[in-house]
Design a protein around this ligand. Structure first.
Ligand SMILES: [Ca+2]
Length: 345
């Protein structure tokens, strides 16, 4: 956690509590961070919060709260709604919670909007400064609450494989990719990392990090690739024009607001940026050389200028044919594993 600096101080101190009136109840102490305006609190165990969302707006006086689901919440206790703490003493159906007291624990009863986080656990991170002139605390002994913190131990769901918005057989230097958004009921999808690889190169490179939501909350799971007039949050790699005669493949993963990351999506079908001038290009194999007597294998990759029959023939060093494979036009592209019989060659 970091905060803005103030001058004329001896040191900062930070603590974690369950509310605003006892800011150090959880850590049982104020941890010193010297004059650095940051502090990592360690050695604490934070219970995992049960989290839902507010379904309809409530005023500071409202005595019933409607949520997406009250399932898993105890029948009575505390609710953390935005930065307000609420005492409740009953549930009605699966979506209503009956309030006993609003604005407890030093919080203020406020208006809350649909979509705000509702949890049964949260932690308040507070910081205070010790004045260089003596033992005065700034702004006060109770410090200043900086953050209402909730635990989220589950990463977002895996986003769908990106789809390249080109018709079958269509080629373009600029195209859109989109994907099925990730879900994270606790802290929500925060941003997407999009990676690309070119042709048969196995190395992925990150071309953009984009916010997972537009202003107002709508999903933002679209990226325009290769258009230099678009400014993709400072990611020139996404906007640079793509080169003709290549195939580009994509994958996406998701970070939530708690910093957890999903696994990578499946790989997109490749986007083609134009005909490859040669009939066949980039023929290579790795590893090379390969010793099949030791059980080694090699992967042969190549790019074709157009759909066509492919015959791969392996000869030994004396010129004798060892093995041959045939592939038909329209066989799926991508990686093909070819097993080479064990023999000296
Ligand atoms: Ca989560």
């Amino acid at each position: 956690m970091t905060w803005s600096r103030i001058t004329n101080i001896q040191k900062y101190e930070a603590a974690l509590g369950y509310d605003y009136t006892n800011p150090s109840l959880l850590t049982m102490r104020w941890d010193t961070s010297s004059v650095e305006n940051k502090k990592i609190i360690t050695g604490i165990t934070l219970p995992v919060a049960k989290v839902t969302r507010l379904l309809s707006e409530i005023s500071p006086l409202a005595s019933t709260i409607t949520v997406v689901s009250s399932e898993g919440f105890p029948d009575q206790g505390r609710l953390y709604l935005g930065s307000e703490i609420i005492e409740y003493d009953g549930k009605l159906g699966t979506d209503k919670i009956l309030v006993k007291n609003r604005g407890i624990g030093g919080s203020l009863a406020q208006t809350h909007l649909p979509g705000e986080v509702v949890s049964n656990q949260a932690f308040v991170f507070s910081v205070r400064a010790v004045s260089s002139l003596g033992s005065a605390y700034i702004p006060s002994m109770a410090g200043r609450p900086l953050l209402m913190y909730r635990t989220d131990v589950t990463e977002p769901t895996v986003p769908g494989a990106p789809k390249v918005m080109l018709a079958q057989g269509e080629m373009a230097l600029t195209y859109q990719i989109d994907w099925q958004p990730s879900l994270d009921p606790e802290s929500r999808a925060f941003y997407y990392e999009i990676q690309e690889r070119e042709d048969t190169n196995p190395v992925w490179r990150t071309i953009a990090l984009i916010p997972a939501n537009k202003t107002g909350g709508a999903d933002n799971s679209i990226l325009l690739v290769g258009d230099p007039t678009v400014q993709t949050q400072g990611y020139a790699a996404a906007d640079a024009p793509r080169q003709s005669g290549h195939f580009y493949s994509y994958r996406v993963r998701t970070y939530n607001a708690a910093g957890a990351v999903s696994v990578w999506s499946s790989e997109s079908a490749p986007a083609s940026t134009g005909q490859i001038p040669e009939a066949v290009k980039n023929v290579s194999n790795y590893p090379n050389p390969v010793d099949t007597r030791q059980g080694g294998y090699t992967t042969v990759t190549y790019l074709l200028g157009a759909d066509s029959d492919v015959t791969i023939t392996i000869y030994d060093l004396l010129g004798y044919k060892v093995h041959e494979w045939h592939f038909n036009p329209g066989d799926p592209g991508g990686w093909v594993d070819i097993e080479i019989p064990r023999r000296n060659f």
